[in-house]
Design a protein around this ligand. Structure first.
Ligand SMILES: O=P(O)(O)O[C@@H]1[C@H](O)[C@@H](O)[C@H](O)[C@@H](O)[C@@H]1O
Ligand SMILES: [Mg+2]
Length: 285
């Protein structure tokens, strides 16, 4: 029987690489000459431009109307953020926007694809490192053409944990974020890290470079592709309260094994973040 999504998967890799080249060029030419403040406007234009290229390419290849799109920039402009049963692309055109503004070398194009509300595949192109991470449901996870596996570390005292403080600077949230990080550091673990992009952090879990990534405040487009890649690399995904992973919940833990995931969950001070699908007024089918 023909594999219905192989063509879409291969095309997603091509589009991610094309988007990465646009980001690199923007970084080399436009960002260098501008001051940090004007850079931010420029980068928003880059984010929007890259998302338009990605969605435009997908619509051209698969036709208008047959597929749905959840893109960070489109949602920011009021497009719905609801996962229906239709084939749906979940896109973060520039994950690590703040990194990009500052020339901090972790910026990722994240493209995921879901059918019947199930994630089918994920592609993350770390465009400044020129590394293509990808995974299809049930077919393993790869960095370029090399199979990748999560870490085999069992003891959390021998682990590196990666997380982010996000963009919210409200004192009560910042306090909980850093109190959580302090508790995890003092378990103790070998170290805490953060690349500045959830997509890249999840690839680091999938390659075994770190044992776990958690964050509250991310969006579905930050983690959808990484979720497939971590799972296919042998990792686990949970909600920060220990329940099942929920793509739209704005929170998650991904780890190399469930013991380490649940040990981290014990230390997380949970704060609320409005669900991605609640942020949208329009309720689709
Ligand atoms: O820097 P941006 O891209 O605006 O935001 C970041 C990423 O989107 C996200 O992946 C990361 O986890 C988050 O903490 C950070 O704010
Ligand atoms: Mg992002």
């Amino acid at each position: 029987m023909e594999d219905p999504w192989q063509k879409a998967y291969d095309f997603a890799v091509t589009v991610a690489r094309k988007a990465g080249e646009v980001i690199r060029k923007a970084g080399e030419s436009e960002i260098k000459v501008s001051t940090k403040s004007s850079t931010v406007d420029l980068v928003t234009k880059t984010d929007e431009r890259v998302e338009k290229i990605i969605i435009g390419s997908l619509k051209e290849e698969f036709g208008e109307g047959t597929h749905c799109f959840i893109g960070e920039e489109s949602v920011a402009k009021g497009e719905p953020c609801i996962l229906t049963h239709k084939p749906t692309w979940i896109i973060d055109p520039v994950d690590g926007t703040t990194n990009f503004v500052h020339g901090f070398p972790f910026v990722a194009v994240s493209i995921a694809f879901a059918v019947n509300k199930q994630l089918e595949f994920g592609v993350i192109y770390s465009c400044l490192e020129d590394k293509m991470y990808k995974a299809r449901n049930g077919k393993g996870a790869y960095c370029d053409d090399e199979l990748i596996q999560v870490s085999d570390v069992k003891d959390i005292n021998k682990s590196i944990i990666i997380s982010e403080h996000g963009t919210d600077r409200s004192p009560e949230k910042v306090k909980k974020i850093f109190s959580t990080m302090q508790k995890i550091l003092c378990i103790p673990v070998h170290g805490l890290r953060g690349s500045g992009t959830a997509a890249t952090n999840m690839c680091l879990v999938a390659t075994g470079a770190v044992e776990a990534f958690f964050e509250i405040g991310i969006h579905c487009w930050d983690i959808a592709a990484g979720a497939v890649i971590v799972k296919e690399a042998g990792g686990v995904l949970l909600d920060v309260d220990g329940g099942p992973f929920d793509l739209m919940s704005r929170r998650m833990v991904s780890a190399n094994n469930e013991v380490i995931a649940r040990r981290i969950i014990k230390e997380i001070e949970i704060f609320s973040a409005e669900r991605d699908d609640d942020m949208c007024e329009i309720q689709l089918e």
